[in-house]
Ligand binder design. Structure first.
Ligand SMILES: C[S@@+](CC[C@H](N)C(=O)[O-])C[C@H]1O[C@@H](n2cnc3c(N)ncnc32)[C@H](O)[C@@H]1O
Length: 299
């Protein structure tokens, strides 16, 4: 059996009882190690908790070398561990499809994901639109395909969850060119960098999917002991130090209910200024009031 097991958001003990029971049966255990990190647990702590060795699986192993992961899964039990939920913002559908095509049995054991735990900032999951990913800009690569998605969400009043880039096993261009397997230290995008990139692209595009005054909420280290929320405008949060990773950002949509607002005000440095920013922003993309069609002329 190939088990895909969600580890939850932070602690070794966030795994479900069913997930832990499956691990206890497994002959080999892989931890997917490039889309997210378990904030409050090291590899050694996980191994100690499970009483078994755990192999780190980088992108290359999962995407190109997945035969190694699937090896003997018809005779043995193999666990593929994913931080959060195996299908939460990281689709491991490719691995599942390959397993199925080889006739291997697959079982998925779910857990909490950033995709649902984000609701703890007070915004209703019902009123979120498309999730977008913000990648690190480089000198000659500044992708902005997320911009249209934010625009579409905001046009129909929905909030946008922005997931921030992480680079855990990256080679410098020079090391890559020389074929040297030397990796850079891990990098995690900060809230301020994400806001700066948002502002840069709005300035280039100029179509006002959002403005520097658009309200946002920063979500840091969700599910850990140091979890933190901060509400403010994009401009304000481009100067905010959110501390250690992981971070996500939510750009508010027009459909901000008064209870949602009440919740967010507790995370603002200036409650009144934030409230005014939300009221002003709600005018954005407001559909024109519905006007009944002109009555048909009887004559
Ligand atoms: C590609 S997603 C993977 C999500 C994971 N599979 C899950 O279900 O939660 C990783 C990104 O989600 C966000 N994220 C994940 N966990 C988070 C947390 N605990 N707090 C804040 N943001 C988080 C970060 O932006 C991070 O770079």
């Amino acid at each position: 059996m190939l088990y895909l097991i969600g580890l939850g958001l932070s602690y070794t003990t966030d795994i479900t009882v069913r997930g832990l029971e499956a691990i206890k049966k497994c002959d080999r255990i892989y931890l997917e190690h490039y889309t997210s990190i378990l904030m409050a647990a090291s590899l050694e702590e996980l191994e100690q908790f499970y009483g078994k060795p755990v192999t780190l699986a980088d992108r290359e192993l999962v995407e190109s070398g997945c035969e190694e992961i699937l090896r003997d899964a018809d005779k043995q039990d193999v666990a593929f561990l994913v931080v959060g939920d195996p299908f939460g913002a990281t689709t491991h559908t490719d691995l599942v499809l390959r397993a199925k095509r080889q006739g291997l049995p697959v079982e998925v054991i779910h857990n909490a994901s950033v995709m649902n735990a984000v609701g703890s900032c007070g915004l209703q999951l019902y009123t979120f639109g498309q999730t977008v990913s913000m990648v690190f800009f480089t000198d000659d690569w500044r992708p902005d395909s997320w911009y249209n998605k934010i625009w579409e969400n905001r046009k129909i009043g929905l909030h946008t969850l922005v997931l921030l880039d992480i680079k855990v096993k990256e080679q410098s261009i020079e090391n890559m060119a020389r074929g040297r397997l030397i990796y850079e230290p891990p990098r995690y995008m900060s809230i301020s960098q994400c806001c700066e990139q948002l502002l840069e692209i709005e300035e280039t595009r100029g179509t006002k999917a959002y403005t520097p005054d658009t309200p946002v909420v920063a979500i840091s280290r969700l599910g850990s002991a140091s979890q933190e929320f901060k509400s403010g405008t994009i401009e304000e949060l481009s100067r905010y130090d959110a501390g250690e990773p992981l971070h996500s950002l939510v750009i508010l949509g027009r459909q901000c209910h008064e209870l949602e607002l009440e919740y967010l005000l507790d995370f603002a440095s200036d409650r009144e200024a934030f409230k005014q920013a939300v009221i002003k922003d709600q005018e954005y993309f407001k559909p024109a009031p519905w006007v009944p069609p002109a009555e048909e002329d009887d004559e």
